[in-house]
Design a protein around this ligand. Structure first.
Ligand SMILES: C[S@@+](CC[C@H](N)C(=O)[O-])C[C@H]1O[C@@H](n2cnc3c(N)ncnc32)[C@H](O)[C@@H]1O
Length: 239
């Protein structure tokens, strides 16, 4: 079978295993508050996560102007306090940015060093490059702010947050956006017991909460000062 055919076959198998409610395991973190998808291998996690944008593009939803327009407005509301905290040359990484609307909004606001990474940035994406937020290419302490609204797509919450705090500079920031009481959709890789459980987890990795807000079913939080934890060996073992 040719390489492309093998990839398509593999993507089909992965999607059959992980459809909405199916494909979840009993695996939780030690607190019991986080439940994960049953990925047999790291590659299966990557294959499952990558296929979502392909399906959206196929369904004509990848860059639909109406939904992108609504996202632009939402992201502007999330970011409007950032000029109080950052100069225009701040390095801002949007992790799991897909088509990159959040990057586009940050650039429009004057943050010229904002960029995105995603497992699958789709074709010809000017805002987002390929990158895995479980194992980031960024140097230690090289980023002023990470924005991420894909926490529900992480393979392991602790290893994800350890990677985040590795790349954020001391005194730097992270902004996380999530949907209230997210529970296993077709592409989510983790679900949490309650939003309080997620907030308690985030506070294991950051000293300060600068802003915490809600808007309809959205929740978002701006955190400051990463608590560095050396978990490089564990991250490398998993990925
Ligand atoms: C809910 S979407 C968010 C997209 C974008 N931030 C937005 O709001 O339009 C989650 C994104 O996370 C990406 N993703 C999942 N696992 C990832 C990983 N390990 N590293 C980087 N991106 C990942 C998926 O490809 C998907 O594009």
């Amino acid at each position: 079978m040719k390489e492309a055919g093998r990839r398509a076959e593999n993507a089909k198998e992965v999607r059959e295993k992980h459809t909405g409610d199916s494909g979840w395991s009993e695996k939780t973190d030690p607190s019991g508050n986080f439940t994960y998808r049953d990925y047999a291998t790291y590659q299966e996690y990557l294959d499952h996560q990558k296929v979502k944008f392909d399906e959206m593009i196929e369904a004509g939803k990848g860059f639909d102007p109406k939904s992108v327009g609504a996202m632009r407005t939402r992201f502007f509301r999330r970011f409007r306090s950032l000029p109080y905290h950052f100069e225009n040359d701040a390095v801002i990484l949007c992790a799991g940015a897909r088509q990159g609307t959040e990057v586009e909004v940050l650039q429009d606001m004057g943050f010229s060093n904002a960029y995105g990474t995603d497992l699958n940035p789709g074709p010809e994406n000017r805002w987002v490059r390929k990158g895995d937020f479980m194992k980031m290419d960024e140097e230690d302490s090289s980023v002023d702010l990470v924005f991420c609204n894909a926490i529900d797509h992480v393979l392991d919450i602790d290893l994800f947050l350890a990677e985040q705090t590795r790349v954020i500079r001391p005194g730097g920031y992270a902004m996380y956006e999530f949907i209230k009481n997210t529970k296993g959709g077709a592409f989510e890789a983790v679900e949490w017991e309650s939003d309080g459980a997620l907030l308690r987890k985030l506070l294991e990795y950051f000293e300060d909460v600068i802003i915490a807000e809600k808007e309809a079913h959205w929740r978002w939080i701006l955190l400051k000062s990463p608590i560095k934890q050396d978990r490089a060996a564990e991250v490398r073992k998993v990925v």
